[in-house]
Design a protein around this ligand. Structure first.
Ligand SMILES: *[C@@H]1O[C@H](CO)[C@@H](O)[C@H](O)[C@H]1NC(C)=O
Ligand SMILES: *[C@@H]1O[C@H](CO)[C@@H](O)[C@H](O)[C@H]1NC(C)=O
Ligand SMILES: *[C@@H]1O[C@H](CO)[C@@H](O)[C@H](O)[C@H]1NC(C)=O
Ligand SMILES: *[C@@H]1O[C@H](CO)[C@@H](O)[C@H](O)[C@H]1NC(C)=O
Ligand SMILES: *[C@@H]1O[C@H](CO)[C@@H](O)[C@H](O)[C@H]1NC(C)=O
Ligand SMILES: *[C@@H]1O[C@H](CO)[C@@H](O)[C@H](O)[C@H]1NC(C)=O
Ligand SMILES: *[C@@H]1O[C@H](CO)[C@@H](O)[C@H](O)[C@H]1NC(C)=O
Length: 562
């Protein structure tokens, strides 16, 4: 009797269950795809049955629709009425519940990427953010002001800001921003047809992207490996210094597929409070200066931390730019003048005096990384691409922050062999800039610097750590790199109107290497993706990324007998 009862209840439960299942059988399929052809629509083919998808009201590059849970698999396709025009060349594994926003013609939604273990704890209190999720890629659609964007793409040397809409899609998230300001980023970034962008999310409706409002969309256009910036930010993070992190995004602008880009944080508010005080809205920030090189810089006034006298105005001649104002009071160049005055006689001061003026761990770790990662456009070489942050309101102490790390890891305009001697003194510009010759005369600082170079080389900038990270990353982006390389580029600027670039007086200010630059300029055959990742390339202006890390590591080991 009991058995019989059990049998009946179990059967009833099973029946009930399958009834519920039958109702749950339909799930939502969601795919990102840009269709510009008329009479074409997206469908999902579930176990070879077609189900229509409709354009989402939230984004016109998203198609959604319900269809049964697949038994054997599903794939997305483009169709005209009932006839399939093309379909994904692979089958997706069945899923039991609504899909995330999948990307048309990409076989995986996420990847396992090994992490780069941190050698040191972070020096500051960075906010916990989902802006960059390891092994995932976002999609950005900039739309709604095509004429403004076209105008900007045709007039790249003008400072144009376009007000437009932007959607960010990743995983289950689809976030739309109105009145977003877009401008072209960089100086040399504009010389290539694939452009980089700065994004400013409007403050209007209190919106942000995982806590950030100011972002950079980096073209990665000078780097045929597409991984340099990604790897450098990972290495800097492992060294515990203040820095942006990095994630990949697929970018669409109006009706154009634009390709694979890097998303990084712009060092603009709310970045400082996010990086230094866990996003605390009451954080009291100091001045933030960007140090820059360029044809407008007067020789003798490079942003090399040199002392140029007691006239504050001279520090604002273009070499240092105030990027963020202090929370209270007026922005000023006085703090940076005070810093350089100290540094001018730095060798006569002890460590505790240095510490008052500079966060020394941040400085020494960052400058050790310039050596190990081969920054060819950083502090030593071009007195460029770093920020100096006054560490809180009215603070006397500065924080050195590396930035824009695209010309690194063997992509160079200075002599690569001198970067890879294992002897930091031969690094191009090392003794040209006033900081190190002073700093290294303080024995404890010299010892700490050499210790950091050795430890960071042994435990971070080494093939033992990076080769597996690089392999997994290359695997993740390969389909997108192929896509990116096929796409037309958006710059319509006519370069024939501009006279050829002239190094002029810069030649004397910077340790540029004519042979290296000539090599870079005369490259006729592009270096392939795999070659650019692995090397050896045989080129003096561009090494493979793995090749460079191996050579850097080997040079340090042999110089210090490690
Ligand atoms: C952004 O989207 C809103 C809502 O769709 C629209 O009203 C507005 O005109 C768009 N703005 C721009 C600059 O395209
Ligand atoms: C498009 O951007 C331009 C700036 O290039 C701006 O003047 C214009 O208002 C924007 N159009 C819309 C519809 O927001
Ligand atoms: C500081 O330098 C600026 C720019 O060269 C100059 O105009 C100004 O007179 C100088 N001020 C003083 C007090 O010398
Ligand atoms: C550096 O020290 C020397 C000798 O004490 C002094 O004459 C000079 O003014 C100092 N320079 C600065 C920038 O403080
Ligand atoms: C490192 O390079 C510097 C500058 O070329 C040189 O003076 C020094 O002797 C080198 N050190 C060693 C140990 O080779
Ligand atoms: C789909 O991806 C494959 C492999 O990356 C590529 O060869 C093919 O051209 C892509 N098809 C479309 C329609 O993008
Ligand atoms: C740089 O190299 C090129 C080609 O090797 C040569 O023609 C030119 O004279 C060199 N310029 C300088 C400043 O050395």
């Amino acid at each position: 009797m009991a058995l019989r009862f059990l049998y009946i209840t179990t059967t009833a439960l099973l029946l009930l269950n399958s009834a519920v299942n039958a109702q749950q059988d339909e799930i939502q399929y969601q795919v990102i795809s840009m269709i510009n052809q008329p009479d074409t629509s997206m469908v999902v083919m579930v176990d070879d049955q077609q189900y229509p998808l409709t354009q989402s009201s939230e984004s016109r590059i998203v198609y959604t629709g319900s269809a049964p849970v697949a038994q054997s698999g599903y794939q997305y396709a483009k169709a005209n009425g009932n006839s399939i025009l093309e379909h994904e060349p692979f089958t997706r594994q069945p899923v039991e519940s609504d899909t995330i926003y999948e990307f048309y013609n990409r076989s995986h939604n996420s990847w396992e990427i090994p992490s780069v273990p941190s050698l040191y704890d972070p020096l500051y209190n960075r906010i916990d953010t989902e802006l960059h999720l390891e092994g995932q890629m976002g999609t950005i659609h900039i739309y709604g002001n095509a004429s403004g964007m076209d105008h900007m793409h045709a007039n790249i040397l003008d400072d144009i800001t376009v007000i437009t809409n932007m959607t960010y899609i990743r995983g289950n998230d689809l976030i739309t921003f109105q009145n977003t300001e877009i401008e072209l980023a960089g100086q040399s970034s504009k010389w290539i047809p694939k452009l980089s962008y700065n994004v400013k999310i409007s403050k209007d409706d209190d919106s942000d992207l995982y806590g950030y409002r100011r972002l950079k969309i980096r073209a990665l256009g000078m780097d045929p490996s597409y991984i340099r910036e990604n790897m450098v930010y990972k290495a800097l993070h492992a060294a515990g210094v203040a820095t942006s992190q990095f994630s990949y995004v697929r970018v669409f602008i109006d009706d154009h597929q634009v390709g694979l880009f890097g998303l990084i944080e712009q060092y603009k508010n709310p970045w400082l409070r996010n990086e230094f005080d866990n996003g605390n809205k009451d954080y009291q920030q100091g001045n933030l200066y960007q140090a820059r090189a360029g044809s407008d810089i007067i020789p003798g006034y490079e942003s090399d931390l040199g002392y140029i006298g007691e006239n504050e105005t001279l520090y604002g001649a273009g070499q240092y730019k105030i990027k963020e104002d202090p929370s209270e009071g007026e922005p000023s160049f006085r703090p940076i003048m005070d810093l350089t005055r100290f540094l001018a006689n730095g060798s006569s001061h002890d460590v505790s005096e240095w510490e008052k003026h500079f966060d020394m761990e941040a400085l020494l770790r960052s400058l050790a990384m310039e050596i190990l990662l081969g920054f060819s456009d950083g502090y030593f070489t071009l007195a460029n691409n770093f920020y100096l942050y006054q560490n809180g309101l009215d603070s006397e102490q500065f924080v050195f922050i590396p930035a824009d790390v695209d010309t690194t890891l063997g992509l160079t305009i200075v002599k690569m062999a001198d970067m890879l001697s294992g002897n930091y003194s031969t690094f191009p510009g090392f003794n040209m800039r006033p900081l190190m010759p002073q700093l290294l005369q303080v024995p404890e600082l010299k010892e700490r610097y050499e210790h950091l170079i050795q430890q960071l080389s042994l435990h971070v900038v080494t093939p033992d750590v990076f080769d597996s990270v690089i392999d997994a990353t290359v695997n993740m982006i390969r389909q997108d790199v192929e896509w990116d390389m096929r796409l037309p580029k958006l710059s319509t600027f006519d370069w024939s109107t501009v006279p050829p670039f002239d190094f002029g007086p810069e030649g004397a200010m910077y340790p540029l290497d004519n042979e290296t630059i000539t090599d870079a300029m005369s490259r006729t055959e592009p270096i392939t993706f795999d070659m650019a990742v692995n090397g050896p390339t045989g080129s003096i202006s561009l090494a493979g990324v793995k090749e460079y890390i191996a050579r850097s590591n080997k040079a340090i080991k042999s110089f210090y007998n490690l």
